[in-house]
Design a protein around this ligand. Structure first.
Ligand code: PBG
Length: 327
């Protein structure tokens, strides 16, 4: 084995073109899924305080935004619904003309080729803000499952291209798959939020979606941030139940989990670069403390390098523009 001075690793870093030739990881606009918050109502386009550049839209103001997203070449969006009414069981999540079905129709008119993923979870629709049904102060697993199945079928009937359950109940992927199949949607894939951690990085999202739990926290269903081996069991369970794609969430503080899932499974792997991760970069950039473009691109590259195929990210619009600039 040769050694210094025969070996000089700097030789391949000498020019931008040489560096481009030996680059191991690249981020492309094809990797992005852009999250969108859709709120029941009219004429709403309201910026989220802790997430500059991210808005809540009503279905009627969504079309212009969608056309821009599609023009940037972003292949997909994921929808989060903010209903007009909430109750104990999140029944507004099951309305065939609810806010998410309305939004899907708007999107399909504005940009038919855009992939529409829908988040399936009750927390935005329940008065208590938990992701499942409550009995005796606990989030109960099995009673929640049929509601998630029904919600998935409602989204598929409205035209959703991919269903993404994010609730972390046990057995929900199997129930969602079965309900989709029974309802004639055997060709609609499921992207499972498989390893989803009980993370403080979701703070700004809960403001955006109005989904903070009104009592307790999500630690009895979302994963303990200290656990890595358990993530592999979660992913294995969701794959066994029929998940077509799996996800790790959050991304930045969980790159080791992304790597381990990548090495263990061959399914397409998504990583969710969550709200708090975005807010931190935006805040530091607004203060002039970091270079937003360089920091965001470095993080997106790191998420790809760790092994993700797809990245759900609030940076998608900006990053798509930056990537287009470079060519
Ligand atoms: C719904 C859901 C959450 C996020 C995605 N789906 C919030 C939560 O679990 O509390 C978080 C996304 C983000 O922070 O960007 N369960």
């Amino acid at each position: 084995m040769a050694d210094f001075p025969t070996v000089r690793l700097r030789r391949l870093r000498r020019t931008p073109t040489l560096r481009r030739m030996v680059r191991e990881t690249s981020v492309s606009v094809n990797d992005f899924i852009y999250p969108l918050f859709v709120e029941e109502g009219k004429n709403i386009r309201k910026e989220i305080d802790a997430m500059p550049g991210v808005y809540r839209f009503s279905p009627d103001t969504l079309a212009a935004e969608i056309k821009e997203i599609a023009a940037l070449g972003i292949p997909g969006v994921i929808l989060f619904g903010i209903p007009a009414t909430k109750d104990e069981t999140g029944s507004s999540a099951l309305e065939p003309d609810g806010v998410v079905p309305q939004a899907i129709k708007t999107i399909k008119d504005a940009a038919p080729e855009l992939v529409v993923v829908t988040d399936v979870c009750l927390c935005e629709y329940t008065s208590h803000g938990h992701c499942g049904v409550i009995e005796n102060g606990c989030v109960v697993n099995d009673a929640t499952l049929p509601l998630l199945g029904e919600m998935a079928a409602v989204h598929a009937a409205a035209g959703a291209d991919v269903i993404a359950p994010s609730d972390m109940m046990d057995g929900r992927i199997g129930v969602v798959r079965e309900k989709l199949d029974q309802s004639g949607f055997q060709d609609v894939p499921v992207m499972a939020y498989a390893a989803k951690y009980a993370s403080a990085f979701y703070g700004p999202f809960r403001e955006a979606a109005g989904s903070a739990p009104q009592f307790g926290d999500r630690r009895s269903y979302q994963m303990d941030p200290a656990n890595a081996r358990e993530a592999l069991r979660e992913v294995a369970a969701d794959i066994a139940e029929g998940a077509d794609m799996v996800m790790v969430k959050p991304a930045m503080a969980y790159l080791d989990i992304i790597r381990r899932v990548r090495e263990t499974f061959d399914h397409p792997l998504a990583a969710y670069n969550v709200s708090g991760e975005y807010s931190m970069i935006k805040a530091a950039a607004l203060k002039g403390w970091i270079d937003e473009k360089r920091v965001a691109m470095e993080l997106l590259t790191a998420i790809k390098r760790a092994g993700a195929d797809l990245i759900l990210t609030y940076h998608a619009r900006d990053a798509a523009r930056w990537l287009n600039e470079k060519e």
